[in-house]
Design a protein around this ligand. Structure first.
Ligand code: ATP
Ligand code: MG
Ligand code: MG
Length: 348
């Protein structure tokens, strides 16, 4: 079969590679040396620096199509791929890598983020906290994930005492929400869009802990508006593949948090819980195959991340019916690190 290149070597890349193999493709990976868990699934794996031009060119040479699994893949690496054979188009990476650019872009499409201000200096932070108020969160504009590069600010005096990082940041007002949810869609190369059901997401310390379906009325009443925005974002980017938008369900409607131009942790339930998983549909989209049905299959679905502990502690749960374990094969259970997840379905 054809070769699908994946930029990035984490668990999302691994699950994409598994779906690619299932559909008869040869997945090959590219990621910096070190902690790659996608490499064992891939037919070939390039462990090299993101800015190694010759290695990127050799990788591109082997690929019929290229995609990515991580939104912090340097745009230059994506741009080094053949631009008519990389999906989604790297413009989606460019937008999503900078929290400021992303919020401005989504606002032009009618989306409503939390109040925010760019912060590049101490004076900017003072002004931002003065205008937006506290509590709030200072976030690095680039490179953050799983709550890394974020500082919660409870008061003006706390802001005054904070050592601001040397990189550009953004200050956001804290949103009072009833629930968090994400909209996950797949868009085909003909512009067809399909949505998975939106799960209720619970985070701890900025890291996703559970995604649950049904999501409950606080979420369900806001999904239609949130989907309309997500579809506009996908259309505006002429997006091909799986796209995720995270939202807060607030009293006055959905507040846009951030987007991820990729498959998403809050969609892992779809492997067993939907007719077609986010991984399979992403591969179908980038390979130009017809999209699969995104329908939820069970009455209830709960995905629980296994974070910072030995995956074997979850083995005992496999005695429960309709319970499925995904072990990402990471060696060290460092604090906050996603080691795997468990999905439990409840049939009506
Ligand atoms: P991801 O791994 O999802 O990319 P991230 O590091 O980009 O995470 P965010 O999504 O910005 O982080 O924030 C992580 C979590 O922190 C959110 O899901 C939410 O629970 C909380 N949070 C972030 N910003 C706000 C806000 N403005 N108001 C309230 N809660 C927030
Ligand atoms: Mg993020
Ligand atoms: Mg997030």
């Amino acid at each position: 079969g054809a070769t699908i290149g994946i930029l990035g070597g984490g668990q999302l890349g691994r699950m994409l590679a598994q779906a690619a193999v299932q559909l008869g493709y040869r997945p090959i990976g590219y990621a910096p040396e070190g902690d790659n868990v996608a490499d064992i699934v891939c037919s070939d794996f390039f462990a090299n620096k993101w800015d190694h031009r010759a290695a990127l060119a050799a990788f591109a040479e082997k690929c019929d199509v290229v995609t990515w699994e991580f939104e912090n893949v340097p745009v230059e690496a994506a741009q080094a791929m053949p631009q008519d054979r990389i999906f989604p188009h790297p413009r989606a990476l460019e937008t999503a890598q900078d929290r400021l650019a992303e919020k401005r872009f989504v606002e032009t499409l009618g989306g409503r983020p939390a109040p925010y201000a760019a912060v590049d200096s101490r004076a900017d932070l003072d002004d931002a906290v003065e205008r937006i108020g506290a509590p709030g969160i200072l976030k690095t504009r680039r490179d953050g994930y799983d709550g890394k590069g974020q500082w919660r600010i409870e008061s003006r005096s706390e802001a005054a005492g904070l050592q601001i990082p040397g990189t550009p940041t953004i200050y956001e007002g804290l949103v009072r929400f009833d629930a968090e949810f994400s909209v996950i869609l797949v868009r085909g190369n003909d512009g067809e869009v399909r949505f998975w059901d939106s799960a209720r997401n619970i985070h701890s310390g900025g890291v996703l802990v559970t995604s649950t379906l049904p999501a409950g009325p606080e979420v369900e009443s806001q999904v239609e508006d949130a989907r309309a925005l997500a579809r506009q974002v996908a259309d505006a980017l002429d997006y091909v593949g799986v796209l995720t938008l995270e939202f807060f369900a607030a009293a006055d409607g959905p507040v846009f948090n951030e987007m991820a131009p990729r498959v998403h942790n809050s969609g892992h339930w779809s492997i067993e819980g939907a007719v077609t998983s986010q991984f399979e549909n992403h591969i179908r989209a980038v390979a130009g195959l017809p999209l699969g049905d995104t329908q939820t299959v069970a009455a209830g679905t709960v995905m629980t991340n296994i974070i910072g502990k030995d995956i074997k502690t979850a083995h005992s749960q496999l005695g429960d019916s309709d319970t499925h374990l995904h072990d990402y094969g990471k060696k060290q259970a460092l604090a906050g690190r996603k080691m795997g997840h468990i999905t439990r379905l409840t049939r009506a």
